[in-house]
Design a binder for this molecule. Structure first.
Ligand code: CA
Ligand code: CA
Ligand code: CA
Length: 403
């Protein structure tokens, strides 16, 4: 087939999560994700996968003028996993991927089935409700005879604007997690917040029990010609939660892209005008990201007082060994004249202590009137100024950053 490449996985990888606190991140860090995709070489020794059979990877054009010829095939009998796609958007590539599916109740497969609950747990927690990103309409039709899942991406409604003109150029990237390598994309619809895609994607060779271990991931992006595409919103649908026999049609709200979770910190801020004292209470942290191979961290918190850009004073808590939910209960006081309370800020870094090598940053916050690391940070500073002598206490999500 001219123009067909045989590769393992798709180029790019711009959307990978290297986070050992997520299941997929853990899979990546252990190499098991590779193993699950390529169990032939990883588990069953040297036997190479048979070559793809000519003509097997393409499916005839689906009916309908707008239907796309985008196909994923899996053939457990012949041991071929193939994908052929005509990509919309920037990448217009035809790709064939070879890998081998474990046969019968192999160890990898049963391992996988045990993990399905973890997958569910992972994707059912979408964090705090926040900005509206819009809705997406899609339908699922499963053919039990051919073991083919037909996914139709129909339209989007009231999508969030990600361009300066108040519009977006939306397209949908589709994956069946945990497999992140085989990505399919719809066409880009220009300058609209209510795109009509009407494109159909086929996932062949997926018996029901296999589908039930997969999570449909729809990620809507705004195409940008001169910069990295912006995320509009995403959606995770564990396929074990839907009744495939009913040919369901969905309208679902997109949620903001799930970012890497570093943990949270409970912070109190108090200002005493009579003594020019700014107090920060580091109360406790929860769900800190593990930085050590034992799956834990050894957290402590470092606080810098800054005037403008200049760091002027530093305090540190003790180290709490092997603890992802430490209670620090430490208060630090800094001298800050009332006139300067709006010009100063506190840089709070939650660090992982390491006996060998440099201590690592887990996550940070910037608390200040002007340069807070987020709205909650700036609001807390404002509350502290508005109500002197009273503690403003807020849970913050730690942000990534350089240590
Ligand atoms: Ca944009
Ligand atoms: Ca754009
Ligand atoms: Ca450590």
């Amino acid at each position: 087939m001219p123009g067909t490449k045989i590769v393992r996985g798709l180029p790019g990888g711009t959307n990978t999560i290297s986070n050992s606190s997520t299941f997929s991140g853990w899979l990546e860090s252990t190499g098991l994700d590779e193993m699950l995709l390529n169990p032939c070489s990883c588990i069953w020794g040297e036997e190479p996968p048979p070559p793809p059979l000519p003509g097997e990877r393409r499916r005839p054009q689906a009916n309908g003028k707008n239907a796309r010829n985008v196909v994923v095939t899996e053939e457990p009998e012949s041991g071929i996993f193939g994908l052929a796609s005509l990509f919309g958007g920037k990448t217009r590539t035809q790709t064939t991927v070879q890998a081998v599916e474990p046969k019968g109740s192999s160890s990898a497969f049963s391992f996988w089935q045990h993990k399905s609950m973890t997958l569910l747990d992972l994707y059912s927690d979408q964090g705090e409700p926040s900005e509206r990103c819009g809705d997406i309409n899609f339908s699922i039709d499963y053919d039990f005879n051919t073991q083919t899942l037909k996914l139709k991406i129909i339209q989007g409604k009231d999508l969030a604007a990600r361009d300066a003109n108040g519009l977006s150029d939306p397209y949908v990237r589709i994956t069946l997690l945990p497999d992140k390598k085989h990505r399919l994309e719809t066409k880009i619809k220009r300058r609209t917040l209510n795109p009509k895609w009407n494109e159909t994607f086929y996932f062949e060779g997926f018996p029901v029990n296999k589908l039930q271990n997969r999570v449909l991931h729809l990620h809507v992006y705004d195409y940008d010609r001169f910069s990295r595409d912006d995320s509009i919103g995403e959606l995770h649908l564990p396929l074990c939660q839907i009744d495939l026999a009913t040919k369901p049609n969905f309208w679902r709200a997109l949620h903001p892209q799930v970012k890497e979770k570093l943990g949270e910190l409970l912070v109190s801020l108090t200002y005493l005008p009579s003594t020019n004292t700014l107090s920060i209470g580091l109360l406790k942290a929860r769900n800190l990201k593990a930085k050590d191979i034992n799956g834990k961290s050894d957290p402590y918190v470092k606080v810098w007082l800054l005037f403008g850009e200049k760091r002027v004073d530093k305090k540190k808590t003790p180290v709490y060994k092997c603890n992802l939910n430490p209670t620090f209960n430490q208060t630090f006081e800094f001298d800050v004249p009332w006139e300067q309370i709006r010009d100063c800020s506190l840089e709070v870094s939650v660090m992982d202590f390491d006996t060998i090598g440099r201590n690592e940053l887990i996550g940070r916050l910037m608390l200040g009137a002007r340069n807070g690391s987020g709205a909650r940070e700036t609001n807390q500073w404002g509350d502290m100024i508005a109500k002197p002598r009273q503690a403003a206490i807020v849970w913050h999500r730690l942000k990534p950053g350089e240590s």
